[in-house]
Design a protein around this ligand. Structure first.
Ligand code: NDP
Length: 401
């Protein structure tokens, strides 16, 4: 019997929904690159329901308990008195979502001698100290592709809303105003702009594909070049460095994993190389940018705006400066946890658990670390390292939680 600890975000403040806005989800048969959707032997939830919060339990309880395992579900994840810490000593599996990350620091991993599997119900396992996972022989897996399109849609929404000054205009309506000049004094068309993505993986490429019909100039930087046919189809300009790309872009969207190579990539120096009045859209990870350099750039006008949904740490402290800096379009970390995405990653989590408990191989495309080294998609897209550093010492973090 294994103890499975599942860390999920809190339920809605008024309790779980009694009904939903829509009756069903569109049927998707495969992902854009042909990868198969999750293939668990069964699911115990209705797709379209809220699964990612504590009461949703990712639909896992029936399956796990029927197989003799213990399931602990909690949102209490930070600090020594958290529920997560109480269960670490005998947890075999820790499941966490990047939206409400259970930071598995080296110290926590040292307190979890039985931990065998750190499972990300979503994409992005930077909340796990990958060096420590390698050292302790812990398998790290995530549900690759489950919410990549969800995020790409959010990125496009944020690009358009920032450039057209949507949020401040919406605010004028709520305030009872009809202040057209106030609304449009910062409003532009996206058409004709140069838009570049840092990384053209599943999300980055999906963003490029979605933007193609907008008659914009598309750019990308990635460690590996896309096939020539794709570059031609989308009329892409590839750059051999981020610096080279940002110089010519009106909008830069960040879609790379957080690891040692991308940590703090957008610091003061990088931002100063951008065109004055460019926008940054970051739905990848908060630590890829320098928090205070972003604030200064929004204040000085070096950036016309900054939007995204990723912060560090999460949940963001109440006094996080991105909540109040000018021209931001931030949301909490939600882009990858639409109800549509939840159905896919809950099924993917179940598939990974079934493989783990039945001793079957976990799909290569889901693996980040296995057998004491980066594996599968992790070996291709990640670099080893520790992105969990500073989580306990970030000002205001404990206070907020
Ligand atoms: P993919 O693995 O498909 O793509 C990641 C891409 O990043 C790959 O093409 C990889 O290149 C590239 N890359 C890695 N390191 C670098 C680097 N140093 N510089 C430039 N490119 C680099 O992942 P997804 O597109 O699905 O997701 C990307 C990230 O988005 C996730 O890691 C996660 O952090 C974030 N995300 C956020 C979500 C949200 O809700 N906000 C939800 C899902 C993901 P190559 O493989 O060619 O080496």
């Amino acid at each position: 019997m294994a103890k499975v600890v599942c860390v999920l975000y809190d339920d809605p403040i008024d309790g779980m929904p009694k009904s939903y806005a829509r009756d069903d989800l569109p049927k998707i048969t495969h992902y854009a690159d042909g990868q198969k959707l999750p293939t668990p032997k069964g699911i115990d939830f209705n797709p379209g329901e809220l699964l990612g919060s504590v009461s949703g339990e990712l639909g896992l309880r029936k399956y796990l308990e029927a197989n003799g395992h213990e399931l602990i579900v909690t949102s209490s994840k930070d600090g020594p008195d958290s529920e997560l810490e109480k269960h670490l000593h005998d947890a075999e599996v820790v499941i966490s979502q990047p939206f409400w990350p259970a930071y598995l620091t080296a110290e926590r991993i040292a307190k979890a001698p039985k931990l065998k599997l750190a499972l990300t119900a979503g994409i992005g396992s930077d909340h796990v100290n990958l060096d420590a996972a390698v050292e302790h022989g812990i398998t790290v897996a995530e549900v690759t592709f489950c919410n990549s399109i969800s995020v790409a849609e959010h990125v496009v929404m944020m690009i358009v809303s920032q450039v057209r000054n949507y949020l401040p205009s919406y605010d004028w309506v709520n305030k009872g105003g009809w202040n057209i000049a106030d609304c449009v004094a910062r409003s532009y068309d996206v058409e004709g702009m140069h838009i570049g993505t840092v990384a053209a993986g599943r999300i980055g490429l999906a963003v490029l594909r979605r933007l193609k019909p907008w008659d914009v100039h598309l750019h990308y930087f990635d460690r590996h070049r896309l096939p020539e046919a794709v570059e031609k189809e989308l009329n892409l300009t590839w750059h051999d460095s981020v610096e080279d790309m940002v110089k010519v872009c009106d909008v830069v969207t960040i879609n790379a994993p957080l690891h040692s190579e991308t940590l703090n990539l957008f610091d003061e120096k990088m931002i100063s190389k951008m065109k004055r009045g460019a926008y940054i859209i970051n739905t990848a990870r908060g630590k890829i940018v320098d928090r205070d350099a972003i604030v200064r750039a929004c204040e000085s006008g070096q950036l016309a705006g900054y939007a995204g949904d990723v912060w560090f740490p999460q949940p963001a402290p109440k006094d996080h400066p991105w909540r109040t800096m000018p021209h931001h379009g931030m949301t909490p970390h939600i882009s990858g946890t639409s109800l549509s995405a939840q159905a896919r990653y809950a099924a993917g989590t179940r598939e990974i658990l079934e493989c783990y408990f039945e001793g079957r191989p976990i799909r290569d495309e889901y693996l980040i670390v296995q057998g004491g080294k980066l594996a599968g998609v992790g070996a291709r897209s990640y670099a080893s390292g520790d992105s969990t550093k500073d989580v306990d010492t970030t000002p205001g973090f404990r206070k907020a939680n």
